[in-house]
Write a protein that binds this ligand. Structure first.
Ligand code: NAD
Ligand code: TYD
Length: 349
């Protein structure tokens, strides 16, 4: 029996984690705490919203007094913390909200957990979900390991790095039982279409330009979101306290090569002649401080906890494109309202 607080469960990765835990562990009660920012969407959880062991709490992690009340009220035994501002481009526009949510929000949860668990830390866990972006940028060679020194470059990665440091500080100073994982770029269903893959699928469907930053030569390491959720499950249950685990599938793609795969797949599934949408590729001004390459070494997770990705990239991208094509209503719903203004502002050049 556990009462697990999952923060950010209405977002992209969080919704997959909530679903996986509810479907796998009938003995757990899941409290999904989410502020429902533009990135949080209860449509992501429609299929499980009436599950007996599921409760949704519309709350802000930065509200420390509320967090204290909720830990007590729901007798929270464990935390899986995913709530965050997560988009690099937005962090360049508005760094304050990233420091507020990612740093102060994490601190508020850590302190609430510490106070509620009150030094009796047995059978509790604070699991902090983080990103490989805290390690900075690689050149052409090498991988990020758990020992790589932090070197964040964007306000987003700086705020995530800071939150990781606070988690470790709570473990070292107060003995809080913590674990951290740092994952590479995720792709899959329910991702908000400001991130590369869903944005480009949507633009190809609608014959809109595909804004490629710089020369399209930056490299990202892509992992299917369900595999990230499986890794979180394994680390939550078997991870060693105080440890860090890198999560990735050794699947690096240069942006422009990935974009060509997406174009090909969408065109084929829409019955368009191959190459029809190549003309949509539009090179635009590079992102400020754009990290060149991310690549995760997840050997520790494989060797110590036995996790590895469940599917090949070709299969994952096919499933993903199909999902977006079959769920255009979801896309329409999440891209109404503020999204239009955001898109105009970001891509007007
Ligand atoms: P997302 O932006 O899709 O979802 C974030 C969720 O957090 C949303 O539901 C939002 O409403 C909620 N939220 C934001 N501020 C909040 C607040 N103050 N209080 C409560 N809820 C709030 O993000 P995602 O891509 O699902 O990422 C989830 C986590 O995983 C983040 O911590 C991110 O740093 C990390 N991560 C993401 C990736 C990736 O590729 N997307 C890779 C590695 C790690
Ligand atoms: P993104 O999905 O924003 O993830 P992150 O910046 O966290 O890695 O971007 C993935 C890559 O795609 C990154 O190198 C930036 C690039 N990109 C574009 O070229 N055009 C776009 O419109 C977007 C959103 C991203």
């Amino acid at each position: 029996m556990k009462n697990i607080l999952i923060t950010g469960g209405a977002g992209f990765i969080g919704s997959h984690v909530v679903r996986l835990f509810l479907n796998t562990y009938p003995e757990y009660t899941i409290y999904n705490l989410d502020k429902l920012t533009y990135a949080g969407n209860l449509e992501n959880l429609k299929d499980i919203q009436n599950h007996n062991n599921y409760h949704f709490l519309k709350e802000d992690i930065c509200d420390f007094n509320r967090m204290k009340v909720l830990f007590k009220e729901y007798k929270i035994s464990d935390v899986i913390h995913l709530a965050a501002e997560s988009h690099v481009d937005r962090s360049i526009e508005d760094p304050f909200s990233f420091a507020q949510t990612n740093v102060m929000g994490t601190l508020s949860l850590l302190q609430a957990a510490k106070e509620y668990w009150d030094r009796d830390f047995s059978n509790h866990l604070f699991y902090h979900v983080s990103t490989d972006e805290v390690y900075g940028s690689l050149g052409a060679e090498g991988f990020f390991t758990e020992e790589t020194a932090y070197d964040p470059h964007s306000p987003y990665s700086a705020s995530k790095a800071s939150s990781d440091h606070f988690v470790r500080a709570f473990a070292d100073t107060y003995g809080l039982p913590t674990v951290i994982s740092n994952c590479s770029n995720n792709y899959g269903s329910y991702q908000f279409p400001e991130k590369l893959i869903p944005l480009f699928i949507n633009n190809i469907v609608n014959n809109k330009p595909l804004p490629v930053y710089g020369k399209g030569e930056n490299v990202r390491d892509w992992l299917f979101v369900n595999d990230h959720a499986r890794a979180i499950d394994v680390i939550f249950h078997k991870g060693k306290l105080g440890e860090t685990y890198n999560i990735g599938g050794f699947n690096e793609w240069k942006n422009i090569d990935l974009i060509k795969v997406i174009i090909k797949t969408v065109d084929r599934l829409l019955g368009r002649e191959e190459g029809t949408s190549d003309k949509l590729i539009t090179y635009v001004t590079d992102r400020a401080g754009h990290d060149l390459r991310y690549a995760i070494d997840s050997t520790k997770l494989k060797n110590e906890l036995g996790w590895q990705p469940s599917l090949q990239f070709e299969e994952g991208i096919e499933k993903t494109v199909k999902w977006y094509l079959e769920n255009q209503e979801w896309m329409t719903n999440v891209t109404s309202g503020d999204y239009q203004a955001y898109y105009q502002k970001m891509y007007s050049n």
